[in-house]
Design a protein around this ligand. Sequence first.
Ligand code: AMP
Length: 433
Amino acid sequence: MKKLKFQAPTGMHDILLEDQGYFQKIYNACETVLNFYGFQKIDTPILENTALYEKGTGLTSDIVQKQMFTLRTKGGDHLTLRPEFTPGIVRAYLEHGMQSLPQPVKLYSTGPVFRYEHPQAGRFRQFNQLNVEIIGDDNPVLDAQTIQIFYNILSELKIKNLIVEINSIGDNQCRPYYKKLLVSYFKSRDASLCADCRRRLKENPLRILDCEEEKCQRIVSQAPQLIDHLCEECHSHFKGVLEFLDETELPYRLNPYLVRGLDYYTKTAFEIFTEVPKKTEGEPLLKRALVGGGRYDGLIKLLGGEETKAVGGAMGIERVVSIMKSKEMKGVKSATATIFLAQLGTMAKRKSLKLLEDFRKVKIQVAESFGKDSLKAQLRMADKLEARYTLLLGQKESLDGTIIIRDMKTGKQETIRLERIVKEMQRRLKSKR
Ligand code: AMP
């Protein structure tokens, strides 16, 4: 086949008909669960000022260092396609004076996120997220509730084998001291670290903890753990979160190496994985991250607001779709018509156009193929759509002001007055229910 001149950009994809039902089902579940918990939807621009991410997400994060799609407008503004939602949501919270609303403000968003990554299975350069934020409260119950909300959405979608991993990464009281400990531990072993981690040692030593390189993991396994060095406030907050989680009976495990990639996190960091058993026995389980999040008590102040505590998280929609598909689950089916309207001749076509509108007004879905003139082709279409009734409007019927109802099951045909057809079909569809 000839190679097409234009293809979707690397790592980006079209969401085609067969996948739309999955997205719809996921968004429906998100909306139902989030409405229950009193969340409101917010949409922010896909582009934000680059400086917002540099300051918010942080200059030392992988996202800012390597993954942003940044552009300069004709007017000279530096803008970036959002690589994550939180800084934009916080910007909107401050810009629209949401501090004066009753706190906490519970917001959610859905939409595309852009990261310049090395594309591979489950890792794209444009993907969609559900993002959830609870802004304006520091109670540990809200950390637990954020986790519970994502867990409930995934359970609602019947995603199995979920496991929550949780850690506390401290705050600016205890983290600097721990960082020092960590740096001195890794410094004496830096020759054995991967190149990325040697860079991280200077810029963001915590990130070494979740490096996936085996040689780094070996060193990490002996490293001091932040959980042993939390200040009193972080310690009691973390204890609180775990106690609330115990109450919810969610399966969770502590992961002292979970640090998340963003600079603004404080205290709680969590991820939700699903475990996919490997095909051959004895092999370890494959973990697929579906949700990531945490507390970010310093971000709002950092972006120019009053000190305001907050917690949130994000779920990758494509990852959930891929699991639903692999388990042969179904998405939302688009509504199908049980009636097909066939026409023959110019006058009939004209009348059909008006008749279709009459059906739309009473919310009865009717399929048609107005572009086709051959009756045979139209009936074939009606068969393919498995229509229960076909309405036939030929030349004779158009002149007489009648229409034929054909019962596609029995093959029985009946002619009635055109002005009665909508009422008649309403009656038939009702009695069928
Ligand atoms: P993160 O904040 O990076 O942990 O992202 C939150 C969630 O978004 C992850 O748990 C994944 O489900 C999803 N995600 C992150 N990066 C990608 C990507 N490049 N492609 C697809 N999904 C992603």
